[in-house]
Design a protein around this ligand. Sequence first.
Ligand SMILES: [Zn+2]
Length: 393
Amino acid sequence: MKKSFLLLLLLAALLATGVAQAWGFLGHRVINQVAVYSLPGSMQAFYYRHMAELVRLSTAPDERRNSTPGEAPRHYIDMDHYSEDDPFNKVPKAYDKAVEKFSADTLNKYGTVPWVVLALKDSLTEAFRRRDTTDIITFSAELGHYIGDAFVPLHTTINYDGQLTNQNGLHALWESQLVERNLKEYKLDSAPATYLKDPQAAIWTTVQQSYGFLGETFDRALKLEKQFPPAKRYTFSHRYGKTQRRFSDAYADAYEKEVGGQVAYRLKGAPTLLASFWLTAWQDAGKPDLNALMKPGKLSSRERDLLKEELAAQKKHTLSTDQTMLLALQKEKKVEATDEIKPATEAPVAPAEPAPTEPTPAPAPAAPAEAAPSKVKVKSKGPAGSQKEKTND
Ligand SMILES: [Zn+2]
């Protein structure tokens, strides 16, 4: 009895960790699924056959963030650490050159997401050459995660949660709350994949565009703060045995009006770039026959019908309103159902603080991490520059 209670507690804690991650779980799952629809026919059957796995694994990098040393900085790059004035001209795009200029330690501290994407693209190309289905699916799914992260403006700044401008919680608001509340309004009409002649330029362009949206991300929130005094701006909820502060639904809806177009635009761009990375890796590997890797070797008539329906729904912009088609919504429902077990009433209620995201302390940070009221990110400016640890995504 007691054991199963502990297990439930652990499960609840794990779910709590997962739910507050980048793009939320919802966004990452949507990106990986929609990317399948952007593929050319020669690749689509294979990817469609493995779509559930691609969607499931889309969040794996976030799930191991707290347990795998070195994982956290792979999800972002703090461009403004290097310079607030045109950092894209100051950080070399090639990893080796960037290491030469700044040292590997510094890159690891301030994030490596563009280089992680490029390394995974190479691993995927190798997996295609080896015709290794498991690796093809794993690398394809994880590529989707990091590309998705690169599309989020707040993944490109040291002020990643609005914590330096007294806007804590902005991260979860932008990439989780807004998506969860408004996905049905987003069109998800991704463009077809194209071969990337210069993958390095492609991912850096994405990071730079994300960075370009930061001004609006912060300014529009600031504008609303005048209309929403703290009592109206925040809501407190008891979840997973903890009290959490987050932005109120009213504030989220007002913020959606301000930046929703931007969120929808970034969410729609990611699947196209992801499918283009898949296509590029496959082409660079000599276009192996993917149908030969399938058992049975082609889609069944039922699978073909379903795919056709989903592609038609995407064209009509009804993909996000149909729960049977969007795997992300199905999974999300399951998570919510498990959450309802909520046995954690005996757990100590933490004092109100902005969105705690993890049940246990993260692996030893490079930062001094003295008194950390929020577990989201610890930052302190010292002679060595800013030091921090991110546990949010
Ligand atoms: Zn992430």
